[in-house]
Design a binder for this molecule. Sequence first.
Ligand code: PEP
Length: 248
Amino acid sequence: MRAKLIVGNWKMNGSRATNVTLLKDIVAGLDGARAGCAVCVPAPFLQQCEEVLAGTPVAWGAQDVSIHAFGAYTGEVCAQMLAEFGCRYVIVGHSERRAYHREDSALVAQKALAVLAAGMTPIVCVGETLEEREAGATAQAVGAQLDAVLEALDTAAVARIVVAYEPVWAIGTGMNATPAMAQDVHAQLRAQLKARNADAAEVVPILYGGSMKPENAKDLLAQPDIDGGLIGGAALKAEDFLAIIRAA
Ligand code: PEP
């Protein structure tokens, strides 16, 4: 059975002062929780995560990465740098990056490769817009996003990724996919993984993201192909994040 994994995506939030309290409260509240957990924080806070979280069950990671390894790329952060700060995970292809930074699936695939090459785990985000869902094009949209990454990986590397299904219309809106809607898409994603590497499909966690909160986490996480959550807003409050971890 796949262990559950709950990952917080802090987005562009936090401060050195408030982070310490949040991180320490999360660690203190874990209290034997069975699910794995991690926080993906803005890059300037990675050193602080390393200082506070090293030796605890909470892993940490970044929210984006450059496709390049060092050089004249002003403003970029490369995978080797993230690895130096102990990151285990790097989110790639979040819908906010696809929308606001025009990242396409080919670029997301290159980012996933860069993360893997530096020994970390990419959390590959896929998800349909409201227009795509209403046009009945969900399967096609998320299918193409995942395939772009799977095609770039060698077969063995498929087992080293995490996938996150995040319907764009559910992110930060308070509107979550129903457990059945999410399970449908997760089953499709699992089948795509299986077509590429049957063994990997059994172990790769597929997380749901999009307004997951304490009130809906249990039902979403009870679905057979929902292996955890990628949590935005609710990851900024220790109490809510811990409640989701306990629901897993
Ligand atoms: C996210 O940004 O990955 C996310 C799922 O956000 P929220 O939980 O706030 O919808």
